[in-house]
Ligand binder design. Sequence first.
Ligand SMILES: *Cc1c(COP(=O)(O)O)cnc(C)c1O
Length: 557
Amino acid sequence: MTEAHPTPSPYQELLKRLRNAFPSPVSDPVHDGYVVFSLLRALDQVDSLKSDAPIVGSPREPDYAFALAQRLAESPRTVESVIPELVNCLQGMLIWGHPRSQVNVVSFPSIPSIIGVVLPSMYNPNLCSDETGRGFSEAEVRVASIVSDLVGYHPGEAGGVFTFGGTGTLLYGAKIGLEKAVPDCMRSGIREAAPVAILASDKSHYAVLNVAGWLGIGHDQVVTIPTRANNAIDLDAFESILRATLSRGHRVAAIVATMGTTDAFGVDDLGAMHAVRERCVEEFQLRYRPHLHADAVIGWAWTVFNDYDYQRNPLGFRGRSLRAIAAVQKHVRHLSLADSIGIDFHKTGFAPYVSSMLLIRDRADFQRLVRDRESMPYLYHSGEYHPGMFTLETTRGAAGTMSSLANLLLLGKDGFRALLGHAVEMAELLRELVAARPELTVVNEENYGPVTLFRAYPEGVDTFSIRDQELHDPDRAAQVATHNDLNRRIYGLVHREALNGKGVAIGFTENYRQTASGVPLVAMKSYVLSPFADQDQMKTVIDHVLAARSAVLSGQA
Ligand SMILES: *Cc1c(COP(=O)(O)O)cnc(C)c1O
């Protein structure tokens, strides 16, 4: 027999307190208020760290000595005392969406996309199966359908899964391609005498190498194909290398078309690559079709312009911007020719990390990844959708799915067009300003995205011809290195000033392209994605770069 009113044990007392640290599982509007208020408390603390500078708080280096000394405490703490510890992690963090921030290809998440992270965090769906994912599983299919239609796939045949980043989308693409080239290697492993290759341009993302390594294909089997001045794959080289690879009897697990390179926004001619693939399948009488994967993690968003009326130009973009948009869209509109496509909402889709989806033209291809081949996993009937049977991940959270859905609903085609068009418009403006200055030159002249790579030079350098001389003259190693150093120092100065509230934080690339002399060409980078960027900031970039250039050249910095 238990006592009627036993004194609560210490653990029960503790439990009672700890329950307050959780949202209420049953209706309790008062406690919901506490949940929201705790969030508000955190935001309020972040707010007090904001200034004119594009950074939270002040610049600081991570303190790893402090981090290494951390241990689990004996006693619990209050919600209120944990919040400042979490907020403190934002100290020194760049604010990507700040009007004075043009650092890299990182999204500034919209409000609905943030709610898209909060809701699954509270209710914890698992996209492994619709038994555990419910409406969130439906949301994943919904996003896949919307984006399939956008890229030109047939939503009734296509399929899509969210995964752990752009790298994950490439892994899926290459794995499906590997199964086509080496049938059933999921079960029996790669036991071919001849190597299996992956082909990609020399400006493709290093994730291609990672994927080749992790799939057991090997870094050495990644065949890199030269790019042209526009940072797109050299089609003649692609064709001859693909032929040579097949002639040697090697299998091709994947051909990767990069639709928007990471630094320069080079876009491969996917249509032409597809035609080359088709020709080779025919001529070599291949028993499989080498898988064509479009790494469109950056460029996918430009598909919203596929049916834009360029003649009427209802959104009123400047002629220059319109041309720039059309130049990218010209290749992106062929995305439906790819067998699979990698899409990052966290790059050009205004969603938080990690929001990456692998889209596949024919969802029956997922069948190649199923562990138990007898089962048919890819049905959309209620209670029968189990992507966990073919995904690499077992548990998959729904944050990426939900924030992507949120932005698709929020923005529609015109919303994306306005945000991306604005970014391109700002980049074009910067290019005009650079062109007007004899001290500066744009290096990714032939690319037309939101990113501008540019270099500054000392007095007396002809900035009309210097870029091509530096790229192609094998005897200029010393000169390129000297100019690289100048640009590195200008960038350092501009960046430091920006973090202290003066000017704009820009980015830098250590290897825009390899030059004929063997020294990589570095460049300053302006990556505009913030909806809050405006003309004034583009002028500020130039002013600060020129001032820093003078300071460095005169030895004052
Ligand atoms: C960023 C990027 C990747 C890798 O994507 P993550 O989301 O960072 O894993 C792959 N390809 C290209 C072209 C990229 O720019």
